[in-house]
Design a protein around this ligand. Structure first.
Ligand code: NAP
Length: 249
């Protein structure tokens, strides 16, 4: 008989959340800490790392990381070697939206590097510890755009679709080792990433959401808690859509 009181407990886990300064990553870090995990959240600046530590009331909770850099990932992992993460949330992401004919090579590469190559770097770096521990959870933040596409977001859609194939493949590689690998595909979530959208465009997007509202970071954090928890021990290789019905496949 499972112990239902512990079904969503993350106590004893060490979670690494990339991009935990704001938006979805900040909420995931907050909720994981509330569920009992030791949380390490990353920021691109020292000031951001200090804010994470302050918010989580834990002096060692904030670290600096550029997910687009091999050296930065290596430096972070060196610092975490005493207590390697048992849960990895690849959340950090950027957009550089342009129609393809106007998109500069740099805008393509930056988005692929930050949103997709980053998962290669961090999964590889964290897997060693998880394989040794014979347990682990990896959660990759994809997007509805990765399955539905979006005009002006070819670079972002390619990265987010790539993450889904990567998630499924890695899940198959490590399933027998007690490690699950899943993706979350949020719909339209109100954060800094969507703050630049015009009011008219926002209203049009929300009109197309069957739930009748934009998503919140907490909506996404709930899905992350589930995938990281004992409740999802037998769930791997999936994409959990969190979009209020915006896209149902
Ligand atoms: P956000 O508010 O723009 O926050 C982005 C986070 O990523 C920040 O913490 C930022 O850190 C970090 N970051 C950016 N570049 C980085 C780099 N090179 N290295 C390390 N960290 C970096 O974004 P969000 O809306 O919360 O999105 C979080 C994730 O969900 C992203 O992967 C995004 O693609 C995905 N998503 C979002 C939506 C949405 O509607 N908002 C929908 C679907 C999917 P700093 O603060 O230090 O810059």
């Amino acid at each position: 008989m499972p112990d239902y009181s512990k079904l969503f407990s993350l106590s004893g886990e060490t979670v690494l959340v990339t991009g935990a300064t704001r938006g979805i990553g900040a909420e995931i870090a907050r909720q994981f800490a509330a569920a009992g995990a030791e949380v390490i959240g990353t920021a691109t600046t020292a000031g951001g790392a200090r804010k994470i530590a302050h918010r989580l009331n834990n002096a060692s909770a904030g670290k600096v990381l550029d997910v687009a850099s091999d050296e930065s990932v290596q430096a972070l992992m060196d610092g975490l070697s005493a207590r390697p993460p048992t849960i990895l949330v690849n959340n950090a992401g950027i957009t550089r939206d342009k129609l393809l004919l106007r998109m500069k090579p740099e805008e393509w590469r930056q988005v692929i590097n930050t949103n997709l190559d980053s998962a290669y770097r961090l999964c590889k770096a964290c897997l060693r510890g998880m394989l040794k521990a014979r347990r682990g959870r990896i959660i990759n933040l994809s997007s509805v755009v990765g399955v539905a596409g979006a005009a002006g977001q070819g670079n972002y859609a390619a990265a987010k679709a790539g993450l889904l194939g990567f998630t499924r493949s890695l899940a198959l590689e490590v399933a027998a080792r007690g490690i699950t690998v899943n993706a979350i595909a949020p719909g339209y979530i109100e954060t800094d990433m969507t703050a630049g959208v015009s009011a008219a465009r926002r209203d049009a997007v929300i009109a197309g959401i069957p739930a009748g509202r934009a998503g919140t970071p907490l909506d996404v954090a709930g899905a992350a808690i589930y995938l990281a928890s004992p409740a999802a021990a037998y769930v791997t290789g999936i994409t959990l859509h969190v979009n209020g019905g915006l896209w149902t496949g």
